[in-house]
Design a protein around this ligand. Structure first.
Ligand code: GN1
Ligand code: MG
Length: 367
C-alpha cells in the first residue's frame, strides 16, 4: 500500500482501513462532513469495481456506550430498508446507507485502543443542507423521514436495542430538569426563574405522548430520533430526497417525536441558539409543508391517532428540548457543546418562544 500517496492520510487510518480493504490500494483519506458526534473521513480506493469511494467513521464512545449493539440496530434497519427498495425497483446503493463488513465479517472494527470504526459506501452526486434554502428542500426531507416510517412500519421495533435509554421519555426529562433546578450546580437558577416557571407550569405536557403509548393508543415504531434537515441527502441532479443519514439513534419510539423534532428545528425562522428572540418564530407555513410531506412519505402507514397527535409531537419535543437545554445551563453546560457563555440559555429561550407560538397556532393538538 503506498502510504505516501496522500499527506492527509495518517498511519493509524491505514491500519484501520486494512481491516475493511485487505486487498485494495487506498488512494486518499480526508476529513469529511461536519458532524458533531463522530469523526468522519472520505476514502478513495483503487480497484476495478464501480465502488471506489467510502465513508469511514469512528463512533463516539462517550455518547454511544455500546457500539456493537448500535451497529446491530443500524444494520438490521438498513438491510430491511434495502429489501423494500429492491422490491420497489429502487437504487439500493443510493437510497439507503450500505455498510461494509470488516475482514472478520462484523460490521465494525475495534482498533487496539478500543475505538470502534465502520465503513459505508459514499453516495455521490448528493448534498446535505444545514438550513431550508427553500421550502422544497424541507418538503423533500419530510418525504424522506415519512418514507423511513413507511419502510419500517412492519419492522419489529421491540427487537432494536434502546441505544440511549429514555431518550424521548419526556416525564423522565422533566424529573431531570427539576433535579437540576434543585441542585442549581452553577448558581444560575435565580436569574432564570421566569424560564423555570414557564416550563414548570407546563409539566402536564410532558406526559401527553408517553401516556398514549402506555395506554396502547399510540404504537411503538422504529424511529430515527435525529430528524434534522441535514440528515437527509438530496440528489444534486433531481433535487429529490435520496437517503436518510445518521442512524445512530435509531431506536423504538413514537412517530410523533420524529415529526416533532424535525418541526422544532426546521419550522423556526431562526437558528436554534439565536440570542435575539425577536427573530425567532414558529413558521406555520413550513409546519404545513413538512406535515404534508411527512404524511405523503408515510404512505398510509400511520394510524388515525398518530396523525391526530402529530401537533402534540411538535409541542412535546420542543418542550422537552427546552427542558434539556435549560437543565444543561443550570448544570453548568456539561452535555451540549457550547462556543460562548449563555448559549444553552439562548437555546432554551428559542425553544420556549417556539412552544408559545405553537400553542397559539396548533391549539393544543387541535389544528
Ligand atoms: C444533539 O449532536 P446532534 O445535533 O446530532 C442531541 C439531540 C438534540 C440536538 C439539539 C445524542 O444532536 O437529541 O435534539 O443535539 N443528540 C443527543 O441540537 O443527545
Ligand atoms: Mg446526530
Amino acid at each position: 500500500m503506498p502510504e505516501n500517496r496522500n499527506t492527509t492520510l495518517d498511519r493509524s487510518c491505514f491500519e484501520i482501513l486494512r481491516a475493511f480493504f485487505p486487498n485494495r490500494e487506498i488512494l486518499s483519506c480526508e476529513p469529511f462532513g461536519n458532524g458533531h458526534i463522530n469523526d468522519t473521513y472520505r476514502i478513495r480506493t483503487g480497484g476495478t469495481g464501480e465502488e471506489n469511494a467510502f465513508v469511514l467513521q469512528r463512533i463516539n464512545r462517550k455518547v454511544f456506550t455500546n457500539p456493537p449493539a448500535l451497529m446491530e440496530n443500524v444494520c438490521a434497519v438498513t438491510s430491511w430498508i434495502a429489501g423494500k427498495i429492491a422490491a420497489e425497483g429502487g437504487d439500493v446503493r443510493r437510497e439507503v446507507l450500505t455498510f461494509l463488513p470488516a475482514a472478520d465479517g462484523r460490521f465494525f472494527y475495534r482498533d487496539p485502543e478500543g475505538e470502534y470504526w465502520r465503513v459505508s459506501l459514499l453516495i455521490e452526486g448528493a448534498d446535505c443542507f444545514e438550513t431550508a434554502q427553500n421550502e422544497d428542500i424541507f418538503y423533500q426531507s419530510a418525504l424522506a423521514f415519512g418514507r423511513f416510517q413507511r419502510q419500517l412500519a412492519d419492522f419489529p421495533a421491540k427487537n432494536l436495542c434502546e441505544v440511549i435509554p429514555g431518550f424521548h421519555n419526556t416525564p423522565v426529562r422533566c424529573q431531570a430538569f427539576e433535579a437540576s433546578v434543585k441542585r442549581d450546580a452553577a448558581g444560575r437558577a435565580g436569574a432564570v426563574s421566569e424560564e423555570i416557571r414557564f416550563l414548570t407550569e407546563r409539566k402536564a405536557l410532558s406526559g401527553r405522548l408517553m401516556q398514549a403509548l402506555a395506554e396502547g393508543t399510540l404504537p411503538l415504531r422504529v424511529t430515527h430520533n435525529d430528524t434534522k434537515l441535514n440528515n437527509v441527502m438530496i440528489d444534486r441532479a433531481t433535487r429529490k430526497a435520496l437517503c436518510v443519514l445518521d442512524l445512530d439513534t435509531v431506536m423504538p419510539g413514537l412517530s410523533a417525536t420524529d415529526f416533532g423534532d424535525a418541526i422544532r428545528f426546521g419550522a423556526s425562522t431562526a437558528a436554534e441558539d439565536e440570542p435575539d428572540l425577536s427573530k425567532v418564530h414558529f413558521d406555520r407555513h413550513l409546519y404545513d409543508v413538512y406535515r404534508d410531506g411527512f404524511i405523503e412519505g408515510c404512505g398510509g402507514a400511520l394510524t388515525a391517532k398518530e396523525l391526530a397527535m402529530l401537533p402534540d409531537g411538535a409541542m412535546v419535543i420542543t418542550y422537552e428540548q427546552a427542558l434539556r437545554f435549560l437543565a444543561d445551563y443550570l448544570d453548568g453546560d456539561v452535555y451540549y457543546k457550547t462556543s460562548r457563555p449563555g448559549q444553552n440559555l439562548d437555546r432554551a429561550r428559542t425553544q420556549i418562544r417556539l412552544l408559545q407560538e405553537m400553542e397559539a397556532s396548533l391549539k393544543n393538538g387541535e389544528e
